[in-house]
Write a protein that binds this ligand. Structure first.
Ligand code: OXT
Ligand code: ADP
Ligand code: MG
Length: 580
């Protein structure tokens, strides 16, 4: 080696660059996984991140990588990272970013972008797009870094914005030129920020806590509603203690199922349509009064018409001060993080808290027992062809036997029946379509759940829902993940029975290829494919999938007449004024 090349090497060692600073900044903040899809200008970033010990999970479409990042954020309280290329890759990831923001999941979409000078003059660069401007209205915050020395600040701001206060999606724009910019290595290290206390606790005001307790204590028919914010908060023991100490019946929203086991004696889930209109005081913990709760009014709540208030008084525990009064009056807002609020409520309840009146509890128990008995009767039937109930009876047993497994769920009937039939036993195990009722989260959520937790994952998918992310079956096989996908195959969206009203040769818009074999997709990539037409076959295949931890797809044939239009939300379909 000549003297000259020794000097050049020494200099190279003392330099760092944009690629390494991004990786170092993420690692410094405890982020060890990237979900993404390589290409110009971020291919080398994925390679170098892997070389530096990060887990880089590469997807077949950015939307699925984005959904994986979002749910990783929900599971861990750390922002999930999705990495994409410019314009089209960025746009593919954007739906997931918007969905994360809507659901209050912390994630950061990092996209490479084209040259600012060319983009801003609209001179037609490769994948030209003003990504920052497009992302801004769809997320909580959006930042762009132009100089390598600002990467540390950019990542720190993105992390804080994603997880502090109400969590949400953040966009970070990294132009191509940034990655090869160099910096003295020491200056580079000094420019990085390890974020201190990224999601500071927010202690509720004592008078707000007292107001809430006074109202709750005065109730004759109190009810607690647990939402996915309560699941996210990881205050599981205190939430359980609050429910049990108060003796108040509770309803879990879909992703709050399992916060307390669904079999808990205070669960009013099986008496939902009775308790909502009958309750006089409702304590909302991390749940918004949005469409899923009929905006806190209307017939669901005992109002005369869909606009009328049912007369309940609400206490709302939420980190966002703007959430209260968004739909109906909140009589006692408690603003703060759920952990701090719930522990303050618990402390304020003291040791003499009176349980709710016995008439209220027995009225609920009566409705619940009736519904549970009716459900048990339906589940015990064994019709041919298999229907949602007989198939889900199997899933219910498998989840009971494997309470640590994650349950991903999407579809319409495949979603709604699973929610009410399959009991959950542990917090944050049920991952589903969330606030938007969005199809396409399935395989992204399943991959992330398996990668983050290493636990088995069961994905119950409508055949339509599965189609939105089905190609990620290859990803599941590539990383050999313990994911068991069960496609509830009823030949279409809601049902497989619609006909073309014009009599033409095209099939109806809601109908798919009949008797399709989704199991063959899994086999194409080396996983296990099973065609199941009976509950016994489904049971055997699911048990084997959990035991072996091999990627498995079960094509579960469901009676094509069994579903209803839009599942439980038929009423949201607008009706034509004209008869024909
Ligand atoms: O009290 P009552 O008597 O009312 O009974 C309730 C409970 O008390 C009782 N229950 C129980 N009984 C006994 N035992 C137990 N343990 C028990 N637990 C409960 O059961 C009932 C029901 O209880 P639940 O569920 O708690 O109550 P309810 O009233 O349903 O709750 C109301 C809601 C609103 C909270 C609830 O319904 C809910 O969370 N709904 C979510 C609905 C949703 O988000 N749906 C997904 C969207 S649908 C549609 O949009 C679809 N698309 C369009 C599309 C979408 N979404 N996205 C994109 C990107 N593009 C397009 C499409 C394409 S769905 C879809 C595909 C559909 O086809 P698939 O093939 O995938 O699926 P299939 O339908 O299977 O074919
Ligand atoms: P669900 O769909 O289950 O009803 P939502 O997504 O509508 O739940 O509501 C979740 C709520 O939880 C949001 O209003 C959000 O601000 C709140 N939230 C999220 N995390 C926390 C937290 N750590 N502390 C307090 N509130 C939180
Ligand atoms: Mg279907």
């Amino acid at each position: 080696m000549t003297d000259l090349s020794i000097t050049a090497n020494a200099q190279a060692e003392e330099l760092t660059d944009g690629f390494h600073l991004v990786i170092d900044a993420l690692k410094l903040n405890g982020i060890d996984t990237i979900f993404g899809l390589p290409g110009i200008p971020i291919t080398d970033l994925t390679r170098k991140a892997q070389a530096e010990g990060m887990r880089v999970i590469s997807f077949r479409h950015e939307q699925n990588a984005g959904n994986a990042a979002a749910i990783a954020g929900f599971m861990t309280q750390k922002p999930g990272i999705c990495l994409t290329v410019s314009a089209p890759g960025f746009l593919n990831g954007l739906t997931a970013l918007a969905n994360a923001t809507t659901n209050c999941f912390p994630m950061i979409l990092i996209s490479g972008s084209s040259e600012r000078e060319i983009v801003d003059l609209q001179q037609g660069d490769y994948e030209e797009m003003d990504q920052l401007a497009i992302a801004k209205p769809l997320c909580k915050a959006a930042f762009r870094v132009l100089h390598a020395e600002d990467i540390g600040v950019g990542i720190a701001r993105a992390i804080r914005a994603a997880v502090s206060g109400r969590p949400g999606g953040v966009y970070l724009d990294l132009p191509a030129k940034l990655f090869s910019q160099t910096l003295d290595a020491q200056a580079g290290r000094r420019s990085l920020i390890e974020v201190v206390d990224p999601a500071p606790r927010q202690i509720p005001a004592p008078d707000a806590v007292q107001r809430a307790l006074d109202l709750l204590g005065s109730a004759k028919r109190p009810l607690i509603l647990l939402g996915k914010g309560a699941a996210y908060a990881q205050a599981d023991a205190d939430i359980r203690a609050l429910v049990e100490k108060s003796g108040i019946p509770y309803l879990p929203m879909s992703m709050a199922k399992g916060l307390l086991p669904d079999t808990h004696e205070q669960s009013a889930a099986a008496a939902r349509s009775y308790v909502l209109p009958a309750a006089d005081v409702v304590l909302l913990i991390g749940a918004r009064l949005n469409w899923l709760l009929s905006h806190g009014k209307g017939k669901t709540w005992g109002g005369k018409t869909h606009k009328d208030w049912g007369g309940q008084k609400f206490i709302q525990v939420d980190i966002s001060p703007q959430e209260a009064d968004s739909n109906v009056r909140i009589d006692a807002p408690v603003v703060g993080d759920i952990g701090s609020c719930v522990s303050a409520l618990l402390a304020g309840m003291g040791s003499q808290w009176a349980k709710p009146p016995a008439e209220w509890l027995s009225a609920i128990a009566e409705r619940r027992d009736k519904n549970v008995a009716k459900m048990a009767e339906t589940l015990a039937k064994n019709p041919s062809p298999m229907n949602y109930h007989s198939a889900l009876n199997v899933v219910r047993d498998i989840v009971k036997a494997n309470p640590d497994a994650y349950l991903v769920n999407e579809g319409a009937n495949a979603l709604d029946f699973t929610r009410s039939i399959v009991d959950m036993y542990k917090p944050r195990k049920r991952l589903d379509v969330g606030t938007w009722g969005i199809m396409g989260i399935g395989m992204g959520f399943a991959v992330a759940a398996a990668v983050v937790s290493a636990e088995p994952v069961i994905a119950i998918e409508g055949d339509s829902a599965f189609g939105f992310s089905g190609m990620e079956v290859e990803t599941i096989c590539r990383y050999n993940l313990p994911v068991c996908v069960v496609v509830f195959n009823n030949n279409g969206v809601y049902r497989g029975t619609d006909v073309n009203p014009s009599g033409g040769s095209d099939v109806a818009p809601t109908v798919f290829v009949k008797d399709a074999r989704y199991d063959k997709i899994m086999e194409a990539f080396g996983g296990v494919g099973v065609h199941a037409t009976t509950p016994a076959q489904l049971r055997q295949a699911m048990e084997e999938a959990i035991r072996s931890r091999r990627p498995t797809l079960i094509n579960a044939v469901i009676d094509e007449t069994a579903g209803t239009e839009s599942g439980r939300i038929t009423s949201l379909n607008p009706q034509s004024a004209k008869k024909k």
